[in-house]
Design a protein around this ligand. Sequence first.
Ligand code: ATP
Ligand code: MG
Length: 574
Amino acid sequence: MRWSQYYLYTTREVPKDAEVISHQLMTRAGMIKKLAAGIYTYTPFGFRSISKMMAIVRRELDRAGAMELSMPAVQPAELWQESGRWQEYGKELLRMRDRHDRDFCFGPTHEEVITDMVRHDVRSYKQLPINLYQIQVKFRDEIRPRFGLMRGREFLMKDAYSFHADGASLDATYQDMRDAYCRIFEACGLDYTVVEADSGTIGGSSSHEFMVLAQTGESAIVRCDESGYAANTEKAEAGELPAPPPGPASEETPDQPQQVATPGLTTVEEVAEFLGVEPSQMLKTMIYTSEQEELVAVAIRGDREINEVKLANHLDVKHLALASEGEVTGATGAPVGFAGPVGLTKVSRLIADHSVRSMSRFVCGANAADAHLTGVEWGRDAEPTEWADLLLVGEGDPCPSSGKPMTLSRGIEVGHIFKLGDKYSKSMGCQFLNDKGQGNPMIMGCYGLGIGRTVAAAIEQGNDADGIIWPRPLAPFEVLLIALNPQDDEVRQAAEALYGELQERGVEVLYDDRKERPGVKFKDADLIGVPVRLVVGKRGLTEGKIEFSLRANPRERHSVDVADAAAKVGELLE
Ligand code: ATP
Ligand code: MG
């Protein structure tokens, strides 16, 4: 490709809304153009990386036995009503109406469409298992589209769905898909981890996420080097936390809690400092509401946070919120900040996290304005209605398997695989006949992978102050051939000859034949990050040489005889 005729326009300007480096660099390198919030055009240059990603995905999924198909983006509401998601999905679902006033949506995912197809075609266990995938445009009206392709509203996803006669067959395909995903992210040259993920309230089925490690990642993950345990913090468990020392004993009332005045002190830190105790010796009580419309109280150690995903799963609800000031006062008789488990009767449940079980003589809110209790004991003074794991696991917490401290890092979720079970097949009547002629709902798995998000993640991992450093498999071109001063006949002829030779060898070469100053060309070369750079210049040619360098190591420049240049490129790309 000759740059002088190519659709590739770089810019020095960083878009105002580009918070992360991949968004900045993809825009500056002319790979994407914003049309509206979270909606982008992939330019010819950008689409080359996207296409490479798609090719890697297709190769590995075909190898895993999945079959490619292509489903419509626009889906009728009836299917979503059947599965129950027309109500459930909320505002991320882009809904529309046709000229006959029929409801449709722009698909954010395709469980309903694929289940509808399979229920009409597949009748017998003999036709199972099947594994189908597509690479297709999705629309999700994300509340905060941001980070360019990382969290768009319209985006490309590879989505696959498998159908099985039993759980064992699902397990086998799930493992095959997990292996295929590993091969895909390895082939992209990415540093990634597979973590256990939250699978919501859909049975006890399992789910894994593929995380590209990056500071800017929106997900938090904990890992243990000793046991290999790795999980999204939404899901992560910890071993038993060391018990905090008992709080100070009251001299006057050693056998019962003592109420102390804490005027205006509502945070754990304020109260702990005032009473001279550690936050870990305090009990924090939060009041929540949900669509079930009852108030529940949740107790956790003062120095720790509640994992609201775990709480929602425990309560089997979709939406959780902290109770309003009025609701808190109604339940506790005190303003926000003074709730505690002692005498708390106006909530339907008091759920205590395991972290508070070992606490003794602890401090908690007194359910009275400006007052706390000290010296509180479980059993004697208060009793939770239930114990649960509601801990948001953090840095240094003990691994649930080895007990060793875990580390916390950030990741970009590029893929998510999920054992669905019969959630869709049951509600939508997707049945098969088993070997005894009985009808059963099929067992399903689903497997998502973000195409654009993965390309963006590769840039988050590969960049420096000057621009992108592509992993070769996702680079838009393999080689950038720069002619310095192409107006010079000798330079132009040598560059043209090398360009022809590289093309003949099947090398993907971008030929910078523009009439631009060398400084501009070098700056652009660093920005667009093509792995191998060849420079044809007057000075080198007088010695019969061409300069080459690798984008990953730009300061190291080498030269090669003109005649050997194309062969050298072949070697470098090996
Ligand atoms: P997230 O928690 O990031 O919103 P999700 O759980 O909604 O992701 P899935 O429904 O599992 O995502 O979608 C499968 C894959 O599609 C994700 O792993 C991710 O790579 C990609 N993806 C999801 N939402 C977006 C988006 N808004 N923009 C780009 N890619 C996305
Ligand atoms: Mg999402």
